[in-house]
Design a protein around this ligand. Structure first.
Ligand SMILES: O=C(O)C[C@H](Nc1ncnc2c1ncn2[C@@H]1O[C@H](COP(=O)(O)O)[C@@H](O)[C@H]1O)C(=O)O
Length: 480
């Protein structure tokens, strides 16, 4: 061997050539390979959206104060002036982002930068005199909490909930289609009293739907009460105004619920409540992913191959359940963030510390991983076919699951006065525990019990596939 053939393999080091690309190369996958899937969230939970909403809150506060003549020396703005102010929000674009960033470089304070950004535009609207009214009485958190509440509310109501509801509708439709398809249960992973595939899917749809109903009832709280929640600056400067009323009507006009009692910060309890509900939804969905993955593994579901796609790079036969595996990982990541946000946002030292500022910047990431997972589960479910023959075959190899039915019939017979029904559980245990019992052996056993004619007929007609109780009709609960 030559020296060069002996050399240890090493990947040549190199630097990504950023100069060659006009696009920034993303560090994280949500802004890289998955950016398309999470794009609808960008308008609500990106930093640019937060800044646009901050501008929006400041502008609306300005209009609210003037429209209600809260301060002496102000009067309602003209319709043109109001429209001009609002166009700062509707025309917020990449140039605005860059301008804000440049101002923030000097202020080293993101919300102060927003105040200056708006102040710079007042002259053109003939409002230079009212510059001091921008951010009047406000601490930054007054602007931040309302902006986050508006952003999160929009993300929940316009993006996350509709996607989650679509997924639950898909699971419910599958429950309906498979309502009468018998399936062997596996409690503890061992053969157990059969059910139907549809009823099991209905359980998941029902669970997920309950969490969505909770999310839909979220109270998005907001406050605008000054540096320590006392309206001190407000009353010092304008004693004659009813500031609580001004604040309440403003918060409510934004579509939020007014929080009357806070420190400097809105306490974020509503966020913790929401993220706990979302995380619970994610966990239930994770449970569906692992169950469906397992059903695929034992052949209960066949995966419809995607034309042109590859399963394994080396095993040509494979169709892998990658959508469910991707979803599992993203649900775990989403929950790690949702749990952290829920646990940490509810504490703030004394009247405020700034930890919430840094952690809330990741709300969009938590939502993004969840949305990505929801999309993947939806796509994965759409490529499944129920393999009814495999399900039926499994049931046919597990006749011992009828032991429960037989011993219960014997108990009922004993109570009804039929002779010879002693020790039903123990006799069935002797027959079935730890061994396989086929249809012939089971029916021979039933025929030898001395049951009443009706009971014997009922049991002889029973097969594992028919021992499903009212599983099929339980699916109807989804529509109640
Ligand atoms: O109205 C105020 O600002 C009152 C002030 N409290 C603050 N409230 C809200 N934001 C503040 C506060 N302090 C700093 N900052 C600015 O927050 C930004 C934090 O940036 P990052 O750590 O990236 O999340 C970053 O831009 C910080 O400059 C107080 O002294 O109580």
């Amino acid at each position: 061997m030559s020296d060069s053939a002996n050399a240890t393999a090493r990947i040549p080091s190199g630097r990504l050539s950023l100069a060659a690309s006009s696009e920034r190369i993303a560090l994280g996958p949500l802004d890289g390979r998955y950016s398309g899937a999470v794009a609808p969230l960008v308008d609500y939970l990106s930093e640019a959206a937060l800044n646009r909403d901050r501008v929006g809150v400041e502008v609306e506060w300005f209009i609210h104060l003037t429209s209600n003549n809260v301060l002496p020396g102000t009067e309602p703005l003209t319709a043109e002036q109001q429209a001009g102010l609002r166009s700062i929000v509707t025309e917020f674009d990449a140039a605005s982002v860059a301008e804000l960033a440049a101002i923030e470089k000097v202020t080293v304070h993101d919300v102060k930068a927003v105040e200056y950004f708006i102040g710079n535009r007042l002259g053109a609207l003939g409002l230079e005199r009212l510059k001091p009214l921008v951010h009047f009485g406000c601490t930054s958190e007054d602007i931040n909490n309302l902006s986050y509440a508006v952003g999160v509310k929009g993300a929940v109501e316009d993006v996350w909930l509709p996607a989650a509801r679509e997924l639950v509708a898909k699971i419910a439709a599958m429950a309906e289609e498979n309502r009468a398809v018998p399936m062997l249960s596996r409690t503890h992973g061992q053969p157990a009293t059969p059910t139907t595939l549809g009823k099991e899917l209905a359980v998941t749809a029902h669970r997920l739907g309950r969490q969505l109903d909770r999310v839909a009832k979220t109270e998005f709280l907001g406050k605008i009460n000054g540096a320590t929640g006392t309206y001190a600056a407000h009353y010092a400067s304008v004693p004659e105004a009813d500031w609580q009323d001004v604040a309440k009507s403003f918060v409510e006009a934004l579509g939020l619920t007014w929080n009357p009692l806070t420190t400097q910060i809105e306490s974020h309890d509503w966020q913790a409540e929401l993220y706990a509900d979302m995380a619970r939804f994610n966990r239930i969905l994770h449970n569906l992913c692992t169950d469906v993955w397992s059903y695929i593994s034992i052949g209960y579901f066949a995966q419809i191959p995607v034309p042109g796609a590859t399963g394994s790079s080396t095993m040509p036969h494979k169709v892998n359940p990658i959508r469910f595996e991707n979803a599992e990982a993203n649900l775990e990541l989403s929950n790690a963030l949702l749990d952290t946000l829920g646990a940490t946002l509810v504490t703030s030292r004394w009247q405020r510390d700034l930890t919430d500022s840094s952690s809330q910047r990741n709300i969009g990431v938590a939502f993004g991983h969840s949305i990505l997972a929801i999309n993947n589960v939806l796509g994965g479910l759409g490529r499944l076919d129920t393999a009814e023959a495999v399900l039926a075959d499994d049931l046919d190899h597990n006749w011992e699951v009828l032991a429960e039915a037989i011993q219960m019939v014997m108990r009922a017979e004993a109570i009804a006065g039929v002779e010879g029904m002693e020790d039903p559980y123990e006799r069935l245990k002797d027959l079935t525990r730890g061994h396989r019992v086929d249809a012939d052996r089971m029916q021979e056993f039933v025929s030898g019990l001395g049951l009443s004619a009706g009971a014997q007929e009922r049991l002889l007609a029973l097969t594992p596939g028919k021992y499903i109780g009212i599983a099929e009709s339980l699916v109807d609960h989804l529509n109640k």
